[in-house]
Design a protein around this ligand. Structure first.
Ligand code: PLP
Length: 241
């Protein structure tokens, strides 16, 4: 390489965040959305406290994790950062106690049994949680979430639990290069939200649609996402060593 080769800006976390936010904003403009209406949820799973601390210095405060154990491990060293931990992964009922103690929000609520376990533990803690219902919008066996047809009944039950504030819906699209198939998943979540709103229990407004990840967030924004959950495009590739 020549000595006078131009140097690229360092690939720091700050530059990745700025690039990502610019891509989110550009997608909003392309699809007639207000950039202020699409939030970024950084997904910090597998990344350690040092990088998360750096992210908090840039103004990020909510972080998504898919394992409660990781929240347990990170909450203590980062206790001074005022982080709101958001659970985005499949939750076993026996984790309800830790979630009630440590999480600010659960986006992967998919069944009444889990809601009841959370409610019991939250009452003991004297706390409340924001929740999103995770809905299955693809046929992939590996994806969890409740069937769209089961959403109205679960919503009615949740309206009776004071500790859970239902804010909206969350989904993962099919993992595919077929953009139309991915968009169909996102569109079906929005359609379901619109249907549920028509006879939602009093006080439940379902304003939020959490959809879109590093590989598909632009399509999700086109379909009405209010929150994109971004891991690798922000923190880099994950290693599960
Ligand atoms: C890991 C994860 C993400 C982020 O995935 P990336 O492709 O790294 O952006 C989003 N949502 C859920 C539920 C996840 O588990």
């Amino acid at each position: 390489m020549a000595d006078d080769a131009p140097t690229l800006p360092p690939d720091t976390f700050a530059t990745r965040l700025a690039t990502l936010r610019a891509r989110i904003d550009a997608a909003c403009v392309r699809h007639g959305r207000n950039p202020a209406d699409v939030a970024l949820l950084p997904v910090s799973k597998t990344f350690g406290p040092d990088l998360i601390r750096e992210a908090t210095r840039l103004g990020l405060k909510r972080f998504g994790e898919n394992k409660v154990q990781e929240i347990r491990d990170k909450a203590e060293p980062l206790a001074d950062c005022g982080i709101d931990w958001v659970v985005i992964g499949h939750l076993q009922t026996n984790k309800a106690r830790d979630v009630a103690r440590l999480a600010a929000e659960v986006q992967s609520l998919d069944r009444l049994e889990l809601a009841q376990a959370l409610d019991r533990r939250l009452q003991q803690e004297g706390r409340a949680l924001d929740v999103l219902l995770q809905v299955k919008t693809s046929d992939e066996e590996t994806k969890s979430g409740l069937a769209p047809a089961d959403a109205p009944a679960l919503l009615r039950e949740l309206a009776r639990l004071d500790t859970l504030r239902v804010r909206g819906l969350m989904t993962l699209a099919v993992n595919s290069d077929d953009e139309a198939a991915v968009r169909t998943c996102f569109a079906s979540l929005r359609t379901l939200r619109d249907q549920l709103r028509q006879d939602a229990p009093a006080g439940i407004t379902l304003d939020r649609l959490s959809m879109g990840m590093s590989g598909d967030f632009e399509l999700a924004i086109a379909e009405g996402s209010t929150e994109v959950r971004i891991g690798s495009a922000l923190f880099g590739a994950r290693s599960y060593a």
